[in-house]
Every structure is written in structure tokens, then in C-alpha cells.
Write a protein that binds this ligand. Structure first.
Ligand code: ATP
Ligand code: MG
Length: 369
């Protein structure tokens, strides 16, 4: 009997010590896990915190404790209003309550002052935590400091605004300088008696005007990069019409324009091309004083069209219903400035030029954006 009791006690003692060993092993594992968990949490540069449903902080990481300026153990068990300034505490409480109410992830941008009184900006993501029955147990939050990004953003914005003002100023000055050059040519032309040379001066002024108009439109455009080319062409052509007494000569202008915006590299050559071609129509197409053209007695007309074509292709057409191109057109253009300039500029924009003279003169330029 005694032997049986002794052996039962021994067995029990053995089981107890086995359980004690297992327990201490589990404790060690738990400690190790806790250590790894804290190491992981503290290695996260964002602020991480877990609150219970009464909004008391239960777990916080080092980044959070550093921002608050307290030890972790002095934060645990406390509500935000016990260590944050009232403004920030209110921002936090309001988004906490939103999470608890909506039971879903909430993203908020928060603003506060750091310990030195400097403005700091955060983006915070907060999600609810649920128990097994789906009841809300609390929430977990991650706040990322965006102060450096925001400061850089503000610096870039400021520098961009400064550059825009500068660019505007440059376009304005370029336009003004071109106007001065044009006025100088005008003054010089006044002392010239020979009509042919006077005309050359005026053609130069017209080319300068075509270029300065691009800068004028760029200066006035909101993007500073592109101009509404249809609008530009209208202004340019109307200007050419007005200085060439077209109302007296009964020449009508017809536009067919798609809204197309082009940058300075495309606008200047195309503007100069349009200037040459419309000037040519005005200069050569309607030599007679009659109200109608020489071919089919229709009213005299110059048409300018700008059309979007397949893909990124654009087609600019300048045509008139005047006398048409002379038979020796190619020979004539060998030494003339106008058509050579047109061909060089078409090449510059990697475009193609098609000329025909079936019913007046027609110049079609296609290019790709
Ligand atoms: N729309 C047109 N209608 C009739 N003839 C034209 C037309 N466009 C050009 N021409 C003819 O082609 C020639 C060459 O034109 P181009 O523009 O090269 O020279 P220009 O107008 O005479 O002088 P500039 O070099 O000052 O422009 C003109 O002299 C003219 O005879
Ligand atoms: Mg010409």
C-alpha cells in the first residue's frame, strides 16, 4: 500500500516538474516573441499605436514615444489628451471616433507642432480591431511624418512659380525687343525712296511680327508652354489682311480651324510658313482691281485651314482662288526668299509640302506632333 502511494506521489512530482519545465520553456518563447515584436515595432520609422475601445493607448512604438517625448510605459494606459496638446488630441480623437463608428479604415492628414514648435504634417491610417464575435475591441494607427515631403513640395511649388514669372517676363521682353526691331526697320524704310526695297523692309517686319505674336500669345497663355495655334493663325492672318488693304481690294478670308495647341518649336516655323503663304496670296494671287477673281469670276478668297488628321498628324492648308502659280514657278523660287524659307521650315518640322495650282494656288503642309 505504502509502495503504491509513494510511486503515485513520485509520478505526480515528475508530471509537475515536467509541466514546470514546459511552462518555463513557454515563458522563454513568449519573452523571445515579445522581444522580436518590440524590436520590429521599434524599427518602424512611422508611429504605430494600438488603442482599446476607450481610446486608451495599449501598445506604442519608439517613434510614437519619441514624438510624444515620454517613455513608452508613461504613455501606456493613457488617453491622447493626457499628453498631446488640446488641438492635436482633438484631431486624433475625432478620427478615432470615426474609425469606431464607420468600422472601417480611415485615412487622415494631421497637422501639429513638434517639441521645438515647428509645424509637422502626418498622414495617418487607422483601422478597427474586432474580437471573435465581430465587436470592436479598439483600433490600430500608423502615422507617417510627411513634413520633409511637404516642405520640399512647398519649395518646388515656390520655385516653379518663380520660374513661371521669369518665363512670362522673358516672352514679354522678347516680344518687346522684336517690336523695337520692327520699329527700327520702319524708321529706316521711311528714308528709302525705292518701292522694291521698301517692300523688302516691310516683308521683314511682317516676319518679325509673325514670330513676336507667338511670344505674345505664350506670354498670355495659362500654360506658358503651348499656344492655341488656331487662335494665333487667325490673329496673324487678320493682321496681314489689315495691312494689305484687303477690304478695299475685296479679298475675303475663310477659316476652317480645329482647336490645336502647339509649343514654341512648332508655332514659330508654322507661323512663319503661314505668314509667307498668306502674304504670297495677297501679293500675287489677285493682281487685278476687279471684285472677282480672274478664273471663274468668283469673289476673291483666301482660305486657311488647320485640321487634326489620323494619329498625331496635323494638316495646314493655305489656298486662294487667284491667278494660280506661274509656269516658271520652280525657276522663280530658285532664288526667292519666301518659298525657300517655307521649304526650309517644313523640313525643320519634319513635315511634307504639297503644292497644286488647279484653281488658284494651294499649299498643304502635313506634319506630326
Ligand atoms: N499664291 C500665289 N499665287 C500666284 N503666284 C504665286 C503665289 N505664291 C507664289 N507665287 C509665285 O511664286 C513666286 C515665288 O514666291 P516667293 O514667295 O518665293 O517669292 P516672292 O513672294 O516673289 O518674294 P519673297 O521672297 O519676298 O517672298 C512669286 O514671285 C510668285 O510669282
Ligand atoms: Mg513671297
Amino acid at each position: 500500500m505504502e509502495n503504491k502511494t509513494t510511486s503515485a506521489v513520485r509520478n505526480l512530482q515528475k508530471k509537475v516538474s515536467e509541466l514546470q519545465y514546459k511552462n518555463s520553456e513557454l515563458e522563454k518563447k513568449l519573452q523571445k516573441f515579445e522581444q522580436s515584436f518590440n524590436t520590429l515595432l521599434d524599427a518602424i520609422p512611422d508611429m504605430v499605436y494600438l488603442k482599446d475601445k476607450n481610446l486608451k493607448n495599449r501598445i506604442v512604438n519608439k517613434a510614437f514615444a519619441d514624438f510624444v517625448g515620454l517613455k513608452k510605459e508613461d504613455i501606456i494606459g493613457k488617453k491622447d489628451e493626457e499628453f498631446f496638446d488640446p488641438d492635436l488630441a482633438e484631431q486624433c480623437r475625432s478620427s478615432d471616433e470615426e474609425v469606431l463608428k464607420k468600422r472601417t479604415l480611415v485615412s487622415v492628414d494631421e497637422e501639429s507642432d513638434d517639441k521645438a514648435g515647428e509645424a509637422v504634417y502626418f498622414n495617418t491610417l487607422k483601422s478597427p480591431i474586432f474580437d471573435d464575435k465581430g465587436n470592436i475591441n479598439g483600433l490600430v494607427g500608423i502615422s507617417r511624418d510627411l513634413t520633409i515631403i511637404k516642405t520640399k513640395e512647398a519649395q518646388i511649388k515656390k520655385s516653379l512659380e518663380e520660374k513661371e514669372v521669369l518665363l512670362k517676363e522673358i516672352h514679354h521682353r522678347v516680344k518687346n525687343n522684336m517690336q523695337i526691331i520692327s520699329s527700327l526697320l520702319n524708321l529706316q524704310a521711311k528714308n528709302i525712296q525705292e518701292e522694291g526695297i521698301k517692300q523688302i523692309f516691310n516683308q521683314c517686319r511682317s516676319r518679325i511680327k509673325a514670330m513676336s505674336l507667338v511670344h505674345d500669345k505664350l506670354y498670355k497663355s495659362s500654360s506658358l508652354e503651348k499656344i492655341n495655334f488656331s487662335n494665333y493663325t487667325k490673329t496673324l492672318t487678320m493682321h496681314l489682311m489689315s495691312i494689305n488693304n484687303t477690304s478695299e481690294r475685296s479679298i475675303k478670308l475663310h477659316f476652317d480651324m480645329d482647336e490645336i495647341c502647339l509649343d514654341i518649336n512648332e508655332s514659330i516655323p508654322l507661323g512663319l510658313i503661314t505668314n509667307e503663304l498668306v502674304s504670297n496670296s495677297l501679293k500675287h494671287a489677285f493682281p487685278s482691281q476687279s471684285l472677282f477673281n480672274n478664273i471663274n469670276k468668283e469673289p476673291k478668297q483666301i482660305s486657311v485651314s488647320l485640321k487634326k488628321k489620323k494619329g498625331k498628324n496635323i494638316e495646314l492648308t493655305v489656298k486662294d482662288n487667284g491667278v494660280g502659280l506661274p509656269n516658271n514657278f520652280e525657276e522663280k523660287t530658285e532664288n526667292s526668299l519666301g518659298m525657300n524659307l517655307v521649304m526650309d521650315l517644313v523640313e525643320q518640322i519634319k513635315g511634307k509640302l504639297k503644292i497644286d495650282s488647279l484653281n488658284g494656288a494651294c499649299f498643304k503642309i502635313t506634319f506630326s506632333l
